[in-house]
Design a binder for this molecule. Structure first.
Ligand code: HMG
Ligand code: MG
Length: 301
C-alpha cells in the first residue's frame, strides 16, 4: 500500500453545501466564503451551478456570484452545467471549469435531472464538446456509487460503466459520489476496483457524503486504492436536494486534519480553514458539524 504524498482537495461547500440550505444565502456571503476558502490555500472549488432555478433556487444567483468574485489565477472555480443552456450561461459568466453530473441509478437520475442515465449521457456529450472547444476543463460526477435513496444497493459495474462513458466523452476526471453516504470501506474499495478496470485511478476522485459518519474511513480506503483527489465541504455543509436524508460532504477541516496528521500535503492552512468554517456557520446560524472545527475553535478563532 503506497499512500499519495499530496492530495488535491476539491472544496464543494459553496455549491454542494449551499444548494441544500433551506433559506436564501445572500450572494455576498457566498462570494466571501469562496474568497476566504481560496485564501486558505484551496485551489479547486465548486463555486456554483448553472442548473434550473426552478429546481434549485439556492443557486439562482450563479452569474452574479461569478461576476462578483475576485478570481485568483491558478484556481479552478468550477460550476455544474447539466445541459447546453447551463453551459451557455456559464460561458457567458466567464467560467473556465465546468462539470456534468450523471448517476449510476436510474431513479436518482430521473429525480435529479429528469431523464434516464442514457439520455443524460447524450445530453452531456454536446456540453462536454462545447466546453472543450471553449478551452474549459470538464469534470464529471457519478452519483449513487454505492447506494441510491430509491433503489438501494448499486452495482460497482454500473458505476464503472457510467464513469467510463464520462471519460470517453472528454472529462478529465470523474468524481465518484457516495451521495447518501451509505458506503463502508469494503464496499468503497470494491466500487473503486471496478472503476479502475475502465478508468485510470489517477482520473478518479472521491466525493463522499458523511450521512452515516463513514466518510473519513472511506476516504482512507480510497487513498489506499491510489485515489488522490478528494471532494469535501467546509463545515460539512450540504447534501443533495434530490436525495432524501442525505447530509453534507465530509468536512474539509476533518479531511485536512487527517491528511496533515498522515504527512500528506494539501497546501491548505487548517487554522484559516477552521476560521472559515465558523464564518459560514455563524452566517447560517448554526455550529459546524465538523469535529475538527469544534475542537479547534478556541485555538483558531
Ligand atoms: P427539465 O425540467 O427536464 O428541463 O429539468 P427543461 O429543459 O424541460 O427546462 C425546464 C425549465 O427550466 C425551462 O424554463 C428551462 O428554460 C429551464 P421555462 O421554459 O419553464 O421557464 N432550464 C434552465 N434554466 C437555467 N439553467 C439551466 C436550465 N435548464 C433548463 N441550465 C434540468 C432538467 C437538468 C434543467 C433540471 O432537472 C435541473 O436543473 N436539475 C439540477 C438538479 C441539481 O442541481 N441537483 C443537485 C446537483 S447534483 C448533486 O448534488 C450530486 C453531486 O454532488 C455528486 C453526489 O453527491 O453524488 C454532483
Ligand atoms: Mg454531492
Amino acid at each position: 500500500m503506497v499512500l499519495p504524498m499530496k492530495v488535491r482537495i476539491w472544496e464543494a461547500g459553496p455549491r454542494d453545501g449551499l444548494q441544500n440550505e433551506p433559506g436564501v444565502v445572500p450572494t455576498e456571503t457566498k462570494v466571501a466564503l469562496i474568497e476566504r476558502l481560496v485564501d486558505c490555500g484551496i485551489r479547486y472549488i465548486e463555486a456554483t451551478s448553472f442548473v434550473s432555478p426552478k429546481w434549485v433556487p439556492q443557486m439562482a444567483d450563479n452569474a452574479e456570484v461569478m461576476a462578483r468574485l475576485v478570481r485568483k489565477p491558478g484556481v479552478a472555480y468550477q460550476a455544474l452545467t447539466p445541459n447546453l443552456k447551463g453551459f451557455e450561461a456559464a460561458a457567458a459568466a466567464g467560467v473556465s471549469d465546468i462539470a456534468v453530473f450523471a448517476a449510476a441509478s436510474e431513479s436518482f437520475s430521473r429525480r435529479n435531472i429528469n431523464c434516464s442515465i442514457a439520455e443524460s449521457l447524450e445530453r452531456f456529450r454536446p456540453v462536454v464538446e462545447a466546453g472543450l472547444a471553449h478551452g474549459m476543463r470538464v469534470r464529471g460526477f457519478v452519483s449513487c456509487v454505492v447506494g441510491c435513496p430509491f433503489e438501494g444497493e448499486v452495482a460497482p459495474a454500473k458505476v464503472a460503466e457510467v464513469a467510463a462513458a464520462l471519460m470517453a466523452m472528454g472529462c478529465y476526471e470523474v468524481g465518484l459520489g457516495d451521495t447518501i453516504g451509505v458506503g463502508t470501506p469494503t464496499k468503497i474499495k470494491a466500487m473503486i476496483a471496478a472503476c479502475a478496470e475502465r478508468v485510470p485511478i489517477a482520473k478518479l476522485g472521491a466525493h463522499f457524503h458523511n450521512t452515516y459518519g463513514q466518510a473519513l474511513a472511506n476516504l482512507l480506503a480510497a487513498l489506499e486504492m491510489g485515489i488522490d483527489a478528494i471532494d469535501s465541504s467546509v463545515a460539512g455543509l450540504g447534501g443533495c436536494p434530490y436525495a432524501p436524508g442525505a447530509t453534507g460532504n465530509v468536512a474539509t477541516e476533518d479531511v485536512v486534519y487527517m491528511l496533515d496528521g498522515m504527512g500528506i500535503e494539501t497546501g491548505i492552512d487548517l487554522a484559516a480553514l477552521v476560521r472559515t468554517a465558523w464564518f459560514i456557520s455563524d452566517a447560517l446560524g448554526r455550529p459546524p458539524v465538523s469535529s475538527v472545527a469544534r475542537a479547534l475553535r478556541s485555538k483558531c478563532l
